[in-house]
Design a protein around this ligand. Structure first.
Ligand code: HPA
Length: 236
């Protein structure tokens, strides 16, 4: 059933959905990788597409930026459209010298300063983790493709423009690999509804060296991550 935020009909989404933050990236994924891609929703410009990849039904939909926006779309994709495998394909900032720009992080877990999982977990600290089957399948897919991945913790912050830059050092010292804004929320929702989720994040900017990718480099590097996500999907 259409919702206030998604106009697709029942059955319009595949069970496996790639989730970039940027809706235009969802279109780019559908146009460049899917067979028989069709647009299934465009409410508020938050585009969703469904097609096939190597014979496997697959969708891609933008989530917008931040946990509140992503939570609306991900919840409805699960509860109204039957999504079972959610793979975020996003970008992040790197906290670690060992994780360079263009590097791909697989979020084994995701820390957050958002309150959503405490709300969900009756005030206790929920360990927001990736689905092990998705994570293992992605690691094996990366090995087959010869794509280097960094597996570890993400930090899903509520504030992109955080007025407390000093806290970056503490987060980095705890071994967190990358800063983004959605994974912990998506993991909490997936747990609540017993579906699988994994967040992949390509390093678009480095929080130590302050190196940033150009728009063109970013597109190429995201492509590598999307290819990894697709290889993961066909191996599930
Ligand atoms: N912080 C949060 N989200 C991000 C970043 C960042 O540095 N880079 C890309 N997404």
């Amino acid at each position: 059933m259409p919702t206030p935020h998604i106009s697709a009909a029942s059955g319009d989404f595949a069970e496996t959905i790639l989730l970039p933050g940027d809706p235009l990236r969802a279109r780019h994924i559908a146009d460049n990788y899917f067979d028989d891609a069709r647009e299934v929703t465009a409410v508020r410009g938050m585009l969703g597409f469904t097609g096939e990849f190597k014979g496997t039904p697959i969708s891609a939909m933008g989530t917008g930026m931040g946990i509140p926006s992503a939570s609306i779309y991900v919840t409805e994709l699960i509860t109204e459209y039957g999504a079972k495998n959610l793979i975020r394909v996003g970008t992040c900032g790197s906290f670690q010298e060992s994780v360079p720009v263009r590097g791909i992080i697989l979020g084994m877990g995701a820390c957050t300063d958002s309150g959503v999982n405490r709300t969900r977990f009756d005030g206790a600290d929920f360990a927001a983790i990736a689905d092990f089957h998705l994570l293992r399948t992605a690691v094996e897919a990366a090995e087959r493709l010869g794509t280097e991945v960094h597996v570890g913790n993400l930090f899903s912050g509520d504030l992109f423009y955080d007025p407390r830059p000093e806290r970056f050092q503490r987060i980095a010292a705890m071994g967190v690999l990358g800063a983004e804004m959605e994974a912990a929320g998506i993991y909490g929702i997936a747990a609540q509804h017993s579906v699988r989720a994994l967040a992949m994040a390509m390093v678009s900017d480095h929080l130590i060296s302050e190196e940033k990718l150009s728009a063109e480099d970013r597109q190429t590097a995201v492509g590598k991550m999307v290819e990894l996500a697709l290889e993961t999907v066909v191996s599930l």
